[in-house]
Design a protein around this ligand. Sequence first.
Ligand code: PBG
Length: 336
Amino acid sequence: MAEPFKLNLLQRPRRLRRTPALRALVEETVLRPADFIAPLFVVDGKAPPDAIASMPGVFRLNVADLVKECRALWKLGVKGVALFPKLDAKFKDEEGTQALNEETLVLRAVRAVKKAVPELVVITDVALDPYTTHGHDGVLNAAGDDVENDRTVGILMQMAVLQARAGVDLVAPSDMMDGRVGAIRNGLDASGFSGTGILAYSVKFNSAYYGPFRDAVGSAQAAGTRLLSKATYQMNPANRREALLEATLDAAEGADMVMVKPAGPYLDIIREVRSQTHKPIAAYQVSGEYSQIQAAAKLGWLDLARTRHESLLAIKRAGANIILTYFAKDMAQALR
Ligand code: PBG
């Protein structure tokens, strides 16, 4: 009988994986409920929660139900929500004028949430896509073939001031117009809102992963296609250096936090932005990332709880400090 094969190894990394306690001691990344921000969709009226077909487990909520959901999230240790309105088609037009109506849905929702759960961090998107018939994030030029940068920024600045007045903690420009962070900062300061912060969607790619979100807010319906190209303002997924440029510009213009979006397919970008800025980094695990996990789990191809956890752990490990995710509530529950 030959001797069993033996390696003469000095380094055996498996030693530290031998027991659960050893593994816990050397664990480098831990998720906690306070890491997450829950994106929530709000609708007018009194209808019961309205399921979004392409986002299993996510609902459009009326304002009263939204307030209940915010209370539940706060109790579970989730510290922030990002609110997205789905407007009736009759409130949409070419210029997105409802965005500047003090009584528009999302502002009523903010006031209701802030009244009920004042400590919860409330975030609103600054972009025109829920309000425009064409579904773009800004207003179009005369030819109707591109979004006009400066005119859009002028509108976004007013929109941010209205959101601050309604009581949001952070405004989140998601439009990718040039110069909007600086303009919004100036606009807020000039209106007496120097304490309202800016969570800038600094590195936002022109991504196919936004498809289900566009179903959720009806911007696809308005535009006639959920894969409307936003390539003249959102970034080319091929670009890494440009991502660092965008993050640098937004930080210099006064962003309090910078965001990378989507998250999972762009972990390299999160890591590089992390090594370049001292600002907190948010990453948005977008609708398509959520829905692909849900879909595979429904088919029995992936374990939902484990895949969900791993997908978020990877985003945090890459360097994100805050994660926007549709799994926020489930994760907060699972982590208890
Ligand atoms: C639009 C906006 C989008 C998302 C957040 N804000 C989509 C888009 O740019 O069309 C996407 C979020 C998601 O997919 O979950 N300003």
